[in-house]
Ligand binder design. Sequence first.
Ligand code: ADP
Length: 173
Amino acid sequence: MDIQIITGDITSLDVDAIVNAANPTLLGGGGVDGAIHRAAGPRLLQACRAIPEVSPGVRCPTREARITLGFDLPAQYVIHTVGPVWNGGGSREPDLLARCYRQSMTLAMEYDLASIAFPAISCGVYGYPPEQASRVAVRSLLDTPNGGPERVLICCFSDAMADIWRNALNDEA
Ligand code: ADP
């Protein structure tokens, strides 16, 4: 598996799937979620609405993932996953975040996808310190069983964020 850290807008990437840092409703929000819905067009919201609720208002519990088409995006699929809200680190945040990456990779493997791009899940409004999130993410990706996407991009929204992720990749790899 080849992990690459890049800076850019994840909605522009021509990969088999981009990952959305969604919220449990899967009905859109701010940050990367809003950008993905805008770029994918209204059919994405329709597809998300069609995903069954597992409890009132919850289509995807924290740490799980769901897949839809990408509609107007260059990416064929969107994998929606819900990261943990940072709550000081004592509320199983690392385990929950690691599972987001793992579950997204598992779905990508089930769909036989060769390339996938992740945003810095939970590192925005959800407040996860990026130095810690990046290490958890890289570890989780490196521990993923073979057979999933060969090409894994981490698409950071700023060079400063990308530097943090590069440090994590250098330390964990
Ligand atoms: P969360 O709620 O999981 O914290 P956010 O969307 O608030 O999700 O932020 C996650 C990360 O995505 C942040 O680092 C943010 O800067 C970044 N981000 C926002 N828009 C984009 C985009 N278009 N492409 C890539 N990353 C983005």
